[in-house]
Write a protein that binds this ligand. Sequence first.
Ligand code: GTR
Length: 419
Amino acid sequence: MAWKANPELVKKLRENDVFGAIYDEELVPEYSLPDPLLCLDGTKVTDVKGWIEKRRPEILELFRTYMYGRPPLEKLDCFRYEIFDIEKNALGGIATRKQIKIFFTKKEIPYFNLLIYIPNNFESPVPIFTLLHFYGNHTITEEKAIPINLEWDRENACQYMPEENTRGSHSKTIPVRNIISRGYGVATAYYGDILPDIKNCYQYGVFGAFDHLFGEKRPLDAWGAISAWAFGLSRIMDYFETDQDIDSKKVVVVGHSRLGKTALWAGAQDERFAIVISNNSGCGGAALSRRRFGETLKIINEVFPHWFCENFKKYKEKEEDLPFDQHMLISLIAPRPVYIASADQDLWADPKGEFLSTKNAEPVYKLFNLEGLPCDEMPDLNSPVMGTIGYHIREGKHGLTEYDWNFYINFSDKHFRKK
Ligand code: GTR
């Protein structure tokens, strides 16, 4: 049976709503989705060549110009990294830990620390999951060799030094031992080191380092925070290409929530990511904007004005004018496998809208003669579906859980360990 939102929950959300958000399926406006295969000049793409040479670049350009924005530079000429820790006997001997400082310029800041665990009992190079995280690397495991650094308090827009007792406090969101035992490496970094997630982020992180290249004024399509974080993910990928323990052809990029939006945008642009996974990414991520269900473009742009480029603000309450919708973001990942996951109680992120954009990316996968998403309507709760496109809706709240991870690993096994 197809999943449907719990009417009790809908009622409760409606009663407590302060944004004027839609939680009832009946209130979703009528809309029609742009065709991912229909070019701006009115011609229709009918083969892989047309997709790769014409339509894909066109769609990428639309997302860059009107939504996520673009960085002021194409290539980093002074990218450098410094490996400051290698421990072959990490996590009681099951993994090798590496820590790397990744610098964006010749200067000492900005940089971010990449924490990597590589399984010891599997043949290298290994496939690897990579994701940005909301807190410092020391919250992922309890290992004392992971430095505790300043973090950003999002609410108060200031920095603070986390307490020693926060070591391992977010270990549940990245179950490192489980991932390692399945033969995958895992690499993570704190997103605030790439760019702090605050309205006034412009002087910090990669914006502080590169925005002078724009000249006097930030253009209307200058990168927003999601683009900045996605840029960081691509720099992690640059590093992977230099590390012989990592199979850089088998990198899975994952992200939760705003970092799920980021993983999709990183994966859409950077074709080196072999699999892309979005966990509860919602509005501005996997969910269709035109449904205006839960969080809308108006809400997201007003609460988080720094996430997208200036041009995107024009589409507040004008979703139907967008030359794309989020199914086209997912279609940019084709022919590479992509997995989208929702949570039952996370109506703010519009699970049905996440499913529909996933399903509507399928015509592009079909062009490549690939299976797409093997179900026609929304699957039942806790019933993952996996083709080249995967989808699940699990019970519970907004969050990245061990349940989600188990299926991300199964999905990666399905595609990487094919006989
Ligand atoms: C919410 C935001 C969502 C989602 C989430 C998160 O406040 O409205 O778009 O990204 O934060 O990142 O946890």
